[in-house]
Design a protein around this ligand. Structure first.
Ligand code: ADP
Ligand code: MG
Length: 431
């Protein structure tokens, strides 16, 4: 178990300490505690830690400290798998560097006009955060040079390889000085990652943070056993019962995402879906609406949601049980971000039971089986909520002008209780 340190025990500049304080970080996460001093002294790092462990600041802080503010040329390079991640990492680095550096980090990705990026590069960008395809494009056009790069980071390296960026990554690294420091972060360590480490790193210090949430308290994990065709009904009950402000729902395929979006919309839920077939523009739009809370349920595939940092997700649903254990850990890591608590619900269909048993064994987490909530349970919760509202209206004397109307209704055989019960019935049926 790696010790957690205070940020002021890590030998950081006062500019960084001030920025970290502004961000509200109380203590460094385990990967930050271990990686920051090692990276600062110039050693390569090969880091394995799950989503949400605070990797961005782990490499971002020492990276910022290595930038010579007077040298207006790319001195640090971070490669990320997707545009969303590049923007997110740049955002986090810019918060961290706000007192230390004058120029912001520059995200470079496909889909944005290349001229605008060229303009920003010419202004002297010191930290480049990009997706491999577009970065290589710039190198080939000679609009970007990595001759002054001191440090290169491969973030979510396994994901980049899965997306077919291996040749691009190698081509990019070859344009940087061989004296550079190289950091490699990956959720998993397949052979291809080990090859990258062997080829492009110098005796890296290996950091492995076990399957545990580090920046967040435990996520409460639950599951239901249910016939597959009843999942939709169960899901809507769970939503009605828990009424999350933001929830992410995972399906195993794009098709399942689209189908579920259609089904839920037709039932009046504010949902949207995200998967790899959507254009970048559409994906960004969906993510924006979700972050702002215009949509409170986001249905997603693993690839589309991975690595995306949305805080305040209260519940993660596995509408489908994922194919492997790593995906389960990634999925539930979408809640309980940054010190907040969260819940994960898995809907285990008949044919998914064996897979789910493996997941339970692998994660060694406590995953509690819950009974299927009945229609009455949902009804009860709704009624209780309504009664709370009614009490509030009475307390605040908002209803006095209606009292006369009710009074007129009350006769020998109609009591006030009858009137109230009838109203309640009408209201519940409408819901
Ligand atoms: P990873 O890259 O490992 O998935 P991130 O770097 O995206 O994780 O961090 C996840 C979230 O935790 C972000 O919202 C980040 O601002 C927050 N975070 C990072 N370090 C800390 C810390 N030491 N204390 C509290 N929150 C942190
Ligand atoms: Mg990350």
């Amino acid at each position: 178990m790696i010790k957690k340190l205070k940020f002021n025990e890590l030998g950081l500049s006062k500019e960084i300490l001030k920025a970290v304080a502004d961000m509200g970080f109380e203590e460094a996460s385990p990967i930050q505690s271990e990686a920051i001093p090692i990276i600062a002294q110039g050693t390569d790092v090969l880091g394995q830690a799950m989503t949400g462990s605070g990797k961005t600041a782990a490499f971002g802080i020492p990276l910022i400290e290595k930038i010579d503010p007077k040298l207006r040329a790319p001195q640090a390079l971070v490669l990320c798998p997707t545009r969303e991640l590049a923007i997110q990492v740049a955002g986090e680095i810019n918060k961290l560097s706000k007192y230390a550096l004058e120029l912001p980090a520059l995200p470079i990705y496909g889909g944005q006009p290349i001229e605008r990026q060229i303009h920003a590069i010419r202004k002297g960008a010191q930290i480049i955060i990009g997706t491999p395809g577009r970065v290589l494009d710039h190198l080939e056009r000679k609009t970007l040079s990595f001759k002054a790069v001191k440090i290169a980071v491969l973030d979510e390296a396994d994901e980049m390889l899965d997306m077919g960026f291996r040749d691009d990554i190698e081509a990019i690294l070859k344009t940087t000085p061989s004296t550079r420091q190289t950091l490699l972060f990956s959720a998993t360590m397949p052979a291809a990652i080990q090859y990258l480490a062997r080829t492009y790193q110098r005796t890296p210090h290996i950091i492995k943070i076990a399957h545990e949430k580090v920046t967040a308290p435990a996520i409460e994990q639950f599951y239901f056993e249910i016939e597959s065709f009843r999942k939709l009904e169960l899901f809507t009950r769970l939503i009605d019962l828990h009424n999350p402000k933001l929830a992410i729902v995972f399906c195993n395929t794009k098709r399942r995402v689209d189908d579920l979006v259609t089904e839920l919309r037709s039932r009046g839920y504010a949902v949207d879906g995200i998967h790899g077939d959507l254009t970048q523009q559409k994906r960004n739009k969906v993510m924006d609406r979700f972050r702002k809370g215009d949509v409170d349920i986001l249905i997603a595939t693993d690839v589309a949601a991975r690595g995306i940092d949305v805080s305040n997700v209260e519940i993660v649903f596995n509408f489908d049980i994922p194919q492997d254990e790593e995906a389960y850990v990634h999925r539930i890591g979408r809640t309980g971000r940054a010190g907040k608590s969260g819940k994960a619900f898995s809907l285990v269909g008949g044919s998914e039971q064996y897979r789910f048993r493996d997941i339970k064994r692998y994660t060694r987490a406590v995953i509690t089986r819950l009974p299927i909530p009945s229609f009455q349970d949902v009804e009860e919760v709704k009624i209780n909520k309504l009664l709370d509202v009614i009490k509030k209206v009475i307390d605040e004397r908002q209803s006095e002008s209606y009292a006369k109307i009710v009074n007129n209704l009350v006769k020998d055989d109609v009591t006030v209780v009858d009137v109230a019960a009838a109203l309640l019935k009408m209201y519940m049926r409408k819901k």
